[in-house]
Ligand binder design. Sequence first.
Ligand code: FAD
Length: 379
Amino acid sequence: MAIQMAAEEKMLIEMVRDLAREKVTPRAAEIDDTGEFPWDMKALLAQQDILAMPFPEEYGGTGSSELSILMVIEELAKACATTSLILCVQQLGSLPILLAGTDEQKRAWIPRLASGEWLASFGLTEPGSGSDAGAMSTRAVRKGDKYILNGVKHFITNAGLAHVNTVFASTDPSAGTRGISAFVVEDGTPGFHLGKVEHKMGIRGSQTGELVFEDCEIPAGNLLGREGEGFKIALATLDRTRPGIAAQALGIAQGALDFAVQYAKQRVQFGQPIIANQAIAFMLADMDIKVEAARQLVYHVGELMDSGATGFGRESAIAKTFASDTAIEVTNDAIQVLGGYGYMKEFPVERMMRDAKITQIYEGTNQIQRMVIARALSR
Ligand SMILES: Cc1cc2nc3c(=O)[nH]c(=O)nc-3n(C[C@H](O)[C@H](O)[C@H](O)COP(=O)(O)OP(=O)(O)OC[C@H]3O[C@@H](n4cnc5c(N)ncnc54)[C@H](O)[C@@H]3O)c2cc1C
């Protein structure tokens, strides 16, 4: 596949590759170990205008192509999945504003998201509604020039850290998914607070927690689009951001493969490097086949988005499913190549396997992705 990309964007990818190797890789194990949000990594991405990539120039962004954003996520995830997630979620939490916001709303929130001063979050999931997000029970009731929100969003990335929280709530429960609306809730709004913070298996530096709304009053001007358009906005956002999770999975898999190859060349058993055994060399070859196939799917969906095509939900779901399944298989095999050392925290591959698992779950589980693909086939 011939990649269409501007020269500056190619240079940017190379710059991020160096940055990831020099600044992100050395921090990855510590971020995993402490489970603390890496503010230094967020500052680094902001300084380098990496967080500005998903935003149009008129709102302070760099207006980068989707393909280049995917490639940057891939490079960061090779080094540290948590760090790559900072960029993924900046896009996820902001896209509803870009897709449905007015110019005034974009001017109010986007420039400080593009500069990296503010973080964003995307609040869709609730304790009782995950895959079936449309069954949410968070309510928003209009009262004069305000909406009053009540409910809990959980498993929300950047909960308690984001200034701009895109929140989905029902304004008309009798209308089902057509009664769901999208809002921006700013940090510090009375009646809005952080609930339980989760302890996780992987992406441990990313903060995942609850957004709690108790008679939380927000200005009516924080409604994105019209009442009832929220579910459509959420699905359109996820179609465009799922490839970012696929790119994250791809990066994790490539990082594990690179490490396993380097290790297999150096580790000597029975008087020769273990890569000289066909059993190991073929395992590495199979890993390479899967990673390369995932890359082609991820870049393809990036190019589709950049071409202005509509209706890339199937391609987005295929890339996410294949790349995340690949990430789990490849990181598992990487541990096998390292033997007992692969099981130890001293080496990065066990962390990569723990980090890979989430890519099969969030932004729609792989079962749900298969439903999206099957629905496209039966149309
Ligand atoms: C670390 C982390 C970060 C997250 N960040 C965010 C975030 O920022 N914002 C946000 O809104 N959400 C976020 N989520 C939530 C995530 O998107 C959901 O966990 C996910 O969509 C699955 O929902 P659930 O966990 O309730 O599982 P469930 O929906 O209860 O699913 C349980 C199992 O049943 C399967 N299943 C469900 N329905 C079907 C069906 N019809 N057919 C076949 N299988 C089915 C699922 O695939 C899964 O295997 C995050 C989750 C995690 C773990």
